[in-house]
Write a new protein. Sequence first.
Length: 366
Amino acid sequence: MRAPSGLYPLRLTVLARPLVFGGHALARRLGKTGIPDWSVAETWECSDVPGSGSVVANGPLAGRTLRRVVADHPEELMGEGWAGEYFPVLTKFIDATGTLPVHLHADDETARRLEGQRNGKTEAWHVLDAAPGATALCGVKEGVTSDRLRAALEAQEFDAVLRRLPVRAGETVYVPGGTLHSFGPDTLIYEIEQTSDIQQHAMRWRMEDGSAVGDEEFGAHLDMLMRQADLEPRPDFTPGLGIVVGDAVERVFLCAGPYFALERWRAGTEEPVRHSFATAQVLTNVGLPVRVRAGEWCEELGRAETLLIPAACGNVEITGPADVLFGYLPDLDRDVHRPLREAGYPLQAIQSLGAGASAGAGSRLR
């Protein structure tokens, strides 16, 4: 039932967060089970954030934290040469039945300098469902100065300074650290990001309960936010880059950068999904229940459920019809650039998936 290394696909505990913008879409529209009946804004599917870390829920490692698994099996979990102290990728479902606060997450340098954190939080949103006319705020309009931005945030006049983008199911946007953003209402998102929970927001209410933020506290929030804001990135949604890899099997690269990559694979019944890899894969099912096989391990993965598949497994087979996501820490050339170049995609198209799509960030993508 286990891979030769001793590791096997790990089912992880899920953290449900009841923030004010949430609702019941994760259960009613996505089919997720095992979450509370009350309004849920986020479920953290794979997390090594301190204080909110996942715990293994199956097999011989049941009860161990993800942090402990990383420490005990670094290369078996993450791949040859890995020496990190924590799992580097965080994945979530987000139910934006309401509208998220306008906020940002620091980039790496700013997080270390101002927040005392080891890294910042670049993220990407993959849209699973959205109402007609749904929009998102993402990035500062060209020509907006820091002073003008501060004044508009104080007045809560967000559309005066922030870019409002159309949101469509199936599209993805890569959001560099420091980028002001928000989305909702009536939007269902799968989010992949750096392992971090830092943020600064520009609202006069609290995400946890909607209570008012006083003037002094609000001013202090804006002071810190303005020190962390990057006015240059202007990300756009993209449908991704697709490759046909079998009879009715499609692999779509949704986003890719130095911190994470995300792919969506769909298959009919003629051939299963067959995916080989050299780094840990966060596998999330966004379709009907599927059968997952990794070596001798074989189990059903239900709707909106997640598995963490160790690098040591090497490959996975998923019986269709299937609609699944794979999130991972990439070797960009090996895992993303090479297969896309071989499929005939030019560099400019490949850069549209990640850091190269944002102003001033082209050098981040190899």
